[in-house]
Design a protein. Structure first.
Length: 140
């Protein structure tokens, strides 16, 4: 079996009985299955129950599913949510565009965007830069 990887990492929110070592038993159970517990955070507590987020790395999607199933069967635990950390990273996309120059007013916007940018594009089309985009400035 290969080693657990962050590529197959998930955070699982669940409630377990307070006291009696339920959290340590749960962590030991995950380790026995070959998962690697990388974080354990208490999210709520009262006299009877603990809310915890446990982050576990698995070796594959199938292995991650096996770990979740074992948690569902863990005595006294109630599983609230499973979050695949890789999928969470992709929510809303991964790439963003941002301006290299501050845009403080309408003039700045015209310099970096239409119609100002069109002039630069036309100059590049007429004579592509040889080494660096700034080399075509005299043609703009």
């Amino acid at each position: 079996m290969s080693a657990p990887s962050v590529s197959y990492s998930m955070t699982i929110r669940l409630e377990v009985p307070a006291g009696g070592g339920a959290v340590s038993q749960l962590a030991a159970s995950m380790e026995t299955l070959g998962g690697s517990v990388t974080a354990l955070d208490v999210t709520s507590s009262d006299a009877d129950r603990l809310g915890i987020d446990v982050t576990i790395s698995a070796t594959s999607t199938t292995h991650a599913d096996e770990i979740v199933q074992k948690l569902r069967e863990f005595e006294g635990a109630s599983l609230a949510k499973v979050s695949d950390r890789r999928f969470l990273m992709h929510l809303g996309g991964k790439i963003e565009m941002s301006s290299k120059h501050p845009i403080r007013d309408r003039d700045d916007l015209s310099m970096v965007y239409t119609p100002g940018a069109a002039r630069v594009c036309q100059a590049i089309a007429r004579q592509p830069p040889r080494h660096h985009p700034a080399s075509s400035r005299e043609n703009a």
